[in-house]
Design a protein around this ligand. Structure first.
Ligand SMILES: CC(C)(COP(=O)(O)OP(=O)(O)OC[C@H]1O[C@@H](n2cnc3c(N)ncnc32)[C@H](O)[C@@H]1OP(=O)(O)O)[C@@H](O)C(=O)NCCC(=O)NCCS
Length: 208
């Protein structure tokens, strides 16, 4: 008779627990976010993911910062949210700002559990609406959110202006340039003396 593989005693998804984020988790969460929100994949997410915002979130909205942790204490996911209380409105909003699951742990319900827990916390605190957002091209996340009950999609457009071509920017640069000490006339370098070649100082190439 063919051997029936033993069923694990604990279902696989039970081995990941969702808990509130702690101070020690911040560097790990930041690193995981750096791996997930990369410039080549989601430029708009990459631009705004930074450690200062993460620390600020933790300080001001700690109860809405969740992590998913496995048996080996590895952080395999996180959800960071904030409660938006409008003074003249009966509607408080829960905003899921960041959600990430370590790629090796994807498709195991970690994201769903993080969102479920955060939703419950928002409801407990009186939120009547929950908002999520992501890059318009982040199809996997959009499918995930739609599958988790989110809809009524509307688009938000980012517009950019290169400020290095702005007259005020140019003026500031010119002023800074004028304040720099004028380099002394170079004396001829004897061939036996060391020379530093190829060091460019004060280039003003605009960022790409
Ligand atoms: C989006 C993300 C959080 C999903 O996390 P996850 O743990 O893989 O998702 P889950 O396993 O909980 O999936 C829950 C449901 O969504 C579906 N789903 C998840 N990823 C999906 C995908 N790429 N395509 C289609 N459906 C998907 C699953 O099939 C599952 O449905 P089911 O419960 O009916 O089977 C994760 O892929 C991620 O971290 N992506 C990169 C970061 C990101 O884009 N974050 C969101 C914007 S801030």
């Amino acid at each position: 008779m063919a051997e029936v593989p033993e069923k694990p005693e604990v279902p696989e998804r039970a081995r990941i627990r969702i808990r509130e984020m702690e101070l020690d988790d911040i560097p790990k969460v930041f690193e995981l976010g750096e791996d997930l929100f990369t410039a080549d994949r989601w430029p708009s997410l990459y631009r705004t993911w930074n450690q200062y915002d993460l620390i600020e979130r933790f300080a001001s909205d700690g109860e809405f910062c969740l992590v998913a942790e496995d048996d080996d204490d590895v952080i395999c996911g996180f959800a960071l949210g904030t409660l938006i209380v409008k003074r003249n409105s009966k509607w408080d909003y829960g905003h899921l700002l960041w959600l990430g699951v370590r790629p090796g742990n994807g498709g195991r319900g970690v994201g769903r559990r993080l969102v479920t827990k955060l939703t419950e916390l928002f409801i407990e605190e009186g939120a009547r609406m929950m908002i999520v957002d992501t890059d318009v091209e982040n199809e996997p996340a959009l499918r995930f959110f739609r599958g988790n009950g989110f809809g009524n999609e509307s688009q938000h457009v980012y517009l950019y202006r290169n400020l290095t071509t702005h007259p005020e920017y140019r003026k500031k640069m010119a002023e800074e340039q004028a304040q720099r000490p004028t380099p002394r006339r170079r004396r001829a370098v004897k061939s036996s003396e060391p020379s530093f070649v190829g060091v460019r100082v004060g280039t003003e190439d605009p960022p790409t």
